[in-house]
Design a binder for this molecule. Structure first.
Ligand code: ATP
Length: 362
């Protein structure tokens, strides 16, 4: 397996710049996930690493070897696509065998490797079936099996689970995580699903408009988003954002005014004042609690919508100041639509963002 190093990667489609000066290090054996909204450039970046994009500038090293100008087959990567790309007229066994046969691997060695991949991926019962007679999840496992048999230095996955239904996605996600543990392979995985990113990644790369917005471990991005964009993208339901006016108050530190509410801010790295955005996650707001120990203050509102999900309840609350705030609470919540409600904001859970979206340091 191998580390991947990207330096100053830029890519244009005509006048449009799809990738902007991307620098990234993926460690040997790491599971790295590229996330971001549609069009942010994540597939383009993955395809560039694979050698599937024609012209780009910058350096790509895989396993210490400069592959910037190498053909896809010479880069030591195997890519798994959303569409599986299996040969429909061949059995599962032949689909898995094909690449090795072309490369002149001995028959006994090919059989041994197919048996091993089929065991890891639980495909043994299906080896003689054609792809048309497999479920979506089984087809995707065959595509992954084919990638394993190429014995790549790096696995590249382009939204491999997005054609599967919700339940199967979860099951395959868990299988991929266990595959990563078994193979200890370097894997780069593209998704627009932040839940997949949070659960699978050692390291998440958030892309925005062809740029890297932030790189970090999942919980780093959750607790310390560097920008409003990352704060909004990571976490489900999304973080709430409120426009506040921040004032310094003598020895007390800073206070954020939101309508009638006064929210005491946590200590900041440097004093700030003026119009800022306050962020707080739905799971951190507390219902009906008066401001007290550890609380910054309370926000008043009215319950507009209650979503009962069994294990948890999502409340959509209209504040007096015309914002819609989301709250995630336990499944046994007895509050009702139209009820007036107070939301306590824990001080340590507050995020602040400047007008340009940059997080204000604590
Ligand atoms: P999605 O989640 O929708 O697949 P993505 O983040 O993977 O999005 P890319 O497919 O990498 O996005 O595309 C990045 C940008 O480059 C988009 O704005 C897209 O329209 C543009 N783009 C991609 N391929 C081409 C192409 N062949 N010609 C012109 N523009 C392209």
């Amino acid at each position: 397996m191998a580390a991947v190093k990207l330096r100053n990667i830029s890519k244009f489609y005509g006048d449009f710049q799809a990738l902007r000066n991307i620098d990234l290090d993926v460690a040997d054996g790491e599971f790295v996930v590229f996330v971001g909204p549609s069009g942010c450039g994540k597939s383009t970046l993955l395809r560039t690493i694979a050698g599937l994009e024609g012209s780009y500038s910058g350096l790509i090293e895989i396993g210490g070897r400069d592959v910037s100008r190498a053909a896809p087959s010479e880069r030591g990567v195997a890519m798994v696509f959303q569409s599986y790309a299996l040969y429909p007229h061949m059995s599962v066994r032949d689909n898995m065998d094909f690449g090795m046969r072309v490369n002149g691997v001995e028959k006994s060695e090919r059989d041994r490797r197919i048996a091993e991949a089929a065991r890891i991926l639980q495909l043994e019962p299906y080896l003689d079936r054609k792809p048309a007679h497999l479920s979506g999840g089984q087809r995707q496992r065959v595509a992954i099996g084919r990638a394993i048999l190429r014995e790549p230095q790096v696995f590249l996955f382009d939204e491999p689970l997005s054609n599967l239904d919700a339940k199967l996605r979860v099951a395959m996600r868990i299988e991929l995580e266990s595959l990563h543990r078994q193979l200890r392979a370097t894997m780069i995985y593209v998704t627009h699903d932040q839940v997949e990113a949070m659960t699978m990644a050692d390291k998440i790369v958030v892309l925005n408009g062809g740029r890297i917005e932030q790189v970090g471990a999942p919980m780093d991005l959750y607790h310390r988003p560097a920008s409003r964009f990352v704060a909004d993208f990571i976490g489900s339901p999304s973080m709430n954002f409120l426009a506040v006016a921040v004032e310094q108050e003598g020895g007390q530190g800073a206070v954020a005014r939101y309508g009638d509410a006064r929210l005491m801010l946590p200590p900041l790295a440097a004093p700030v004042e003026g119009r800022l955005t306050l962020g707080v996650r739905p799971e951190h707001l507390r219902i009906g609690e008066q401001a007290g120990e550890g609380m910054a203050g309370t926000i008043e509102g009215r319950i507009a919508v209650k979503e009962t999900l069994g294990g948890e309840t999502i409340l959509h609350i209209d504040t007096r100041d015309g914002d819609r705030v989301t709250v995630k609470t336990d499944g046994e919540s007895t509050v009702r639509p139209d009820e007036h409600i107070s939301l306590a904001v824990p001080k340590e859970r507050i995020h602040l963002f400047a007008a340009d979206g940059a997080a204000i340091a604590r």
